[in-house]
Design a protein. Structure first.
Length: 198
């Protein structure tokens, strides 16, 4: 398998954390890629020009982290990260949506903050930040739990990205329970090995 990746992408981190948990990471060739430059090789496998993009051993290109994570979860013999049925499944998927939702606001927010200031941009940034804050507040009130699932991995990756890219606006002081959960959960080998670095 091959993965197009960026070392600081939180979506790539989620995929690689899942691969580590599933014991598949050694079989994935990492192919660094800058999706903003739309390189020809990435476009050939992913017309959206986004990372992560996983190319399976039989040549199937998969993209967007939820799809890739679910594919990885179908391989190997480890306990599933996507519960098969019942309340555990819906909780894991809800948490994944919350983690991905934080990132879906945080990633473009960071991009907008790098541009010149203007009223319309400031309003958009405020909207992104409000969505992130509401979701972190909700997680403080309903902690993700200690089960290793796609949901807890997604939330941990999202909170790690907030630490990494929004350190001047820390989320931890107003969310002590969630901060304690994250500290404990981030020590898992799959998350520790994929922590973002500049």
């Amino acid at each position: 398998m091959k993965i197009y990746y960026s070392g600081t992408s939180p979506y790539v981190r989620k995929v690689m954390a899942c691969a580590i948990v599933r014991g598949l990471d050694a079989g994935i060739e990492k192919h660094p890629s800058n999706p903003h430059a739309s390189p020809a090789d990435l476009l050939a496998d992913n017309p959206l020009s986004r990372v992560p993009c996983l190319v399976t051993d039989d040549g199937l290109s998969l993209y967007d982290s939820p799809v890739i994570c679910e594919y990885l979860d179908s391989l190997g013999e480890s306990a599933p990260l996507f519960p098969v049925a019942g309340p555990a499944r819906w909780r894991a998927l809800k948490l994944q949506a919350m983690g991905d939702g934080i990132l879906d606001s945080a990633v473009p927010c960071r991009g907008e903050q790098a541009k010149p200031r203007e009223a319309a941009r400031d309003g958009l940034i405020a909207r992104y930040k409000a969505a992130m804050a509401r979701t972190v507040d909700a997680l403080e009130g309903d902690l993700p739990g200690s089960e290793l699932s796609i949901g807890t991995i997604a939330v941990a990756c999202a909170l790690g990205y907030l630490d990494f890219r929004f350190g001047t606006e820390p989320w931890r002081p107003a969310h002590p329970r969630l901060a304690a959960w994250y500290e404990a959960f981030a020590a898992h080998p799959a998350l520790a090995a994929t922590a973002p670095k500049e």
